[in-house]
Write a protein that binds this ligand. Structure first.
Ligand SMILES: Nc1ncnc2c1ncn2[C@@H]1O[C@H](COP(=O)(O)OP(=O)(O)OP(=O)(O)O)[C@@H](O)[C@H]1O
Ligand SMILES: [Mg+2]
Length: 384
């Protein structure tokens, strides 16, 4: 079903699919959507919650030649891990407890159409390889069957996770990630396209007016600026909810900034440091201090682990009663050490100095800090 993309006027495409947005970012997205829609290419849509991933997925499907078959939306995050494969690929009778009848999965049901796999990052690792296979060549096995079946299904996937980081952490297969992102549409958060806000506002007023007969007397320029400056953690969905609440509760009132403020949970400006570069140049002292604290925390974790292992050992050790008793005593009486980080730091320094027989250079090296910092600490803790 591969097709040559035919471009039309982006505005009419937007209107047809009810997609709002005149910002450069949205215009670029619409262009890509129009180009990929008529093809069979797998599309990955990423972006924060509420940015409009689903509306874009629907537009791609509706503008494709598969639009005569209704789009199936599967929310991978909402399906229990144990049945996700059976939901996607179906199962044979008796393939697992409760499988009293054979059943087709979504891929078979929607043969010839499109599946929208939402929250793709939630697909368990163990099922990802099977999903990759169906993406690569349309082949899959029903759970409990060894007969490969073939379908012709286009996949549109969405995620609000950073899949690249999921791959780095071993939670998402790299091969699947590369296969999925052949076309990746990233929808920017609303705070990064404030110029779309007045358009959304107008659209939600119109939509609501159609549904419920509410009165709207207008909004001040300043109030609109205020909306444009907000950070919108819930993105377009949050904006729609705010507009609807305002229309109901401020019915017939001309809306000012103070009216708007009431409906924003916690006002934070869009540029509240989130777009500023992260300061990476800590002072040497700060960096060193952090190193010490981290080492101390590691030690603390090790002590706790050791304690747990010893406590578990008390149940399995077949040795002398004396040893068992000692371990039980340890389990019951040795509490997690309650010590402030400063106290721990002081203790570490005393210990390092003791071991190095007062040689500060050796102690500093053992603590992985500079001699200068060690001198300062010795003074700070009156150890000199
Ligand atoms: N560009 C847009 N034009 C018109 N409506 C939009 C647009 N973007 C988002 N919306 C509306 O905002 C709401 C949230 O959008 P949508 O459900 O597509 O977000 P999402 O990214 O899929 O969110 P989630 O990650 O929480 O599933 C919907 O009501 C949708 O219609
Ligand atoms: Mg969604």
């Amino acid at each position: 079903m591969q097709n040559v993309a035919m471009k039309s006027d982006p505005r009419s495409f937007q209107e047809e699919h009810g997609i709002i947005g005149s910002s450069v970012e949205m215009q670029k997205i619409i262009e890509v959507v129009e180009q990929v829609a008529p093809t069979d290419i797998t599309v990955l849509i990423s972006g924060e919650s509420g940015v409009g991933k689903e509306i874009i997925a629907k537009a791609i499907h509706n503008a494709s030649q598969r639009s005569h078959i209704p789009l199936i939306t599967v929310n991978s995050g909402a399906i229990p891990e144990g049945i996700i494969e059976s939901e996607l690929f179906g199962h044979e009778r008796g393939s697992f407890t409760g499988a009293s009848e054979k059943r087709k999965g979504y891929f078979e049901l929607v043969d010839g159409g499109t599946i929208f796999l939402d929250e793709i990052g939630e697909i368990p690792l163990s099922s990802q390889v099977k999903f990759l296979r169906v993406l690569e060549n349309g082949e899959f096995l029903r759970v409990g069957s060894s007969i490969p079946r073939k379908v012709d299904v286009r996949v549109i996937a969405a995620t609000n996770k950073d899949l690249e980081s999921e791959v780095r952490h071993g939670r998402f297969r790299a091969d699947l990630f590369f296969r999925l992102r052949s076309v990746n549409i990233t929808i920017p958060p609303l705070r990064n396209r404030p110029d779309d806000i007045p358009l959304f506002f107008q659209k939600f007023v119109d939509d609501f007016f159609e549904k419920k007969d509410v009165k709207f007397a207008g909004i001040s320029e300043e109030a609109m600026q205020f909306l444009k400056s907000y950070h919108w953690p819930g993105n377009v969905r949050e904006l729609r909810n705010v507009v609807e609440s305002m229309l109901i509760l401020e019915s017939g009132k001309y809306i000012h900034t103070e009216d708007v403020r009431k409906y924003l949970k916690e006002y934070k400006p869009a540029s509240d440091g989130r777009n500023l570069p992260v300061p990476i140049s800590k002072s040497v002292e700060e960096a060193e201090r952090e190193l010490i604290l981290r080492a101390l925390l590691d030690i603390k974790v090790n002590i706790l682990e050791l304690r747990n292992q010893l406590a578990q050992g008390a149940h399995v050790i077949q040795g002398s009663d004396m040893l068992k008793k000692e371990l039980m005593y340890f389990q019951d009486n040795v509490e997690e050490p309650v010590m402030s980080l400063q106290e721990m730091e002081r203790k570490m320094i005393v210990e390092a100095l003791g071991r190095s027989k007062g040689n500060r250079r050796v102690a500093a090296r053992a603590l992985n800090i500079s001699e200068r910092t060690l001198y300062r600490k010795i003074k700070e803790y009156s150890l000199g």
